[in-house]
Design a binder for this molecule. Structure first.
Ligand code: G1P
Length: 290
């Protein structure tokens, strides 16, 4: 039987240079997507999947991410005094009541594998989830909850996957499928960011992982891969013989908030869920593009 997933790692130490100057003083993860900071959507997705321990791998330059999830006594006192119960609820920022928050520092930008490895001591000897907040997935059942349910069947390492246009493989970890039932894909190999002519398929890893703690032992080696960085893709590939790897074709629409068009599309898609906004929003968008 697979172990329960109660910890999530958020690798959020990156500098967000694509969004400068907006990200000079405000971390990219704190930019709002519709009504909430990008990172809060990820935290809510993790909460909905039953996660109780939230591990932020961050940089000392970005203190506001942790501040957003810590208690805010002055704010709480003021809202209590004014009897503002709804607003008090909003101060929880999507965390469950029993949440434990841990901050780990990544001092050098050595890659996603390195960022995850920085959480080694906190993760300990249990399987854990990783969410890359840039990838937002919109669906009534959150992507991580779908993965946790699938993990109960597969165990091992599990990644969220999506078919991408063949000329976009250089942006993703690309999988070499062994079997594929349309939903769960058994994977026999993987390449990080291959040129289209070198890609084993068009099936890409999206920013959700459930990882076996053995991954930390592989990451200990500090092996550098694509772009001279320590890649989580390589560590999962190295483990395939010992620890099976599966991909889940999740349900939902993914928005890549790591680029401006995806970020704006996510804002519109999430705003369109608000019944009070949808008509006016549609009207304004039509006017802009007419
Ligand atoms: C990372 C991973 C890549 C994955 C992608 C998903 O790349 O290295 O394998 O496909 O996230 O968003 P990054 O986007 O950080 O360059």
């Amino acid at each position: 039987m697979s172990q329960k997933i109660s910890k999530v790692v958020f690798p959020v130490a990156g500098m967000g240079t694509r969004f400068l100057p907006a990200t000079k003083a405000v971390p990219k993860e704190m930019l709002p997507v519709f009504s909430k900071p990008l990172i809060q959507w990820s935290v809510e997705e993790a909460t909905a999947a039953g996660i109780t321990e939230f591990i932020f791998v961050t940089s000392p330059e970005k203190p506001s991410i942790i501040s957003h999830f810590q208690s805010s006594p002055a704010y709480e006192a003021m809202l209590k005094e004014r009897n503002k119960t709804d607003e008090l609820e909003l101060l929880k920022a999507g965390l469950p009541d029993n949440a434990k928050i841990t901050e780990v520092s990544q001092d050098k930008p050595l890659g996603l594998g390195h960022a995850i490895w920085c959480a080694k001591e906190v993760v300990g000897n249990e399987p854990f989830a990783v969410i890359l907040p840039d990838d937002m997935v919109l669906h009534t059942t959150g992507c991580l909850k779908q993965m946790v349910e699938t993990y109960e069947k597969t165990g091992g390492n599990l990644v969220a996957v999506e078919n991408v246009p063949a000329d976009q493989t250089f942006r993703y970890g690309i999988l070499d499928p062994e079997t594929d039932d349309g939903q769960i894909v058994k994977i026999r190999g993987m390449v990080e960011k291959p040129a289209p002519e070198d890609a084993p398929s068009d099936l890409a890893i999206i920013g959700r992982y459930i990882l076996d703690p053995m991954i930390m032992v592989t990451l200990d080696k500090g092996k550098k891969g694509a772009g001279g960085e320590i890649q989580i893709t390589d560590a999962m590939a190295d483990l395939i013989g010992t620890c099976p790897l599966h991909g889940l074709r999740f349900k939902g629409t993914r928005y890549d908030c790591g680029n401006k068009a995806g970020f704006l599309a996510a804002n519109i898609a999430y705003a369109a869920l608000d019944p009070e906004l949808v008509d006016g929003l549609q009207e304004q968008i039509r006017t802009i593009f007419k």
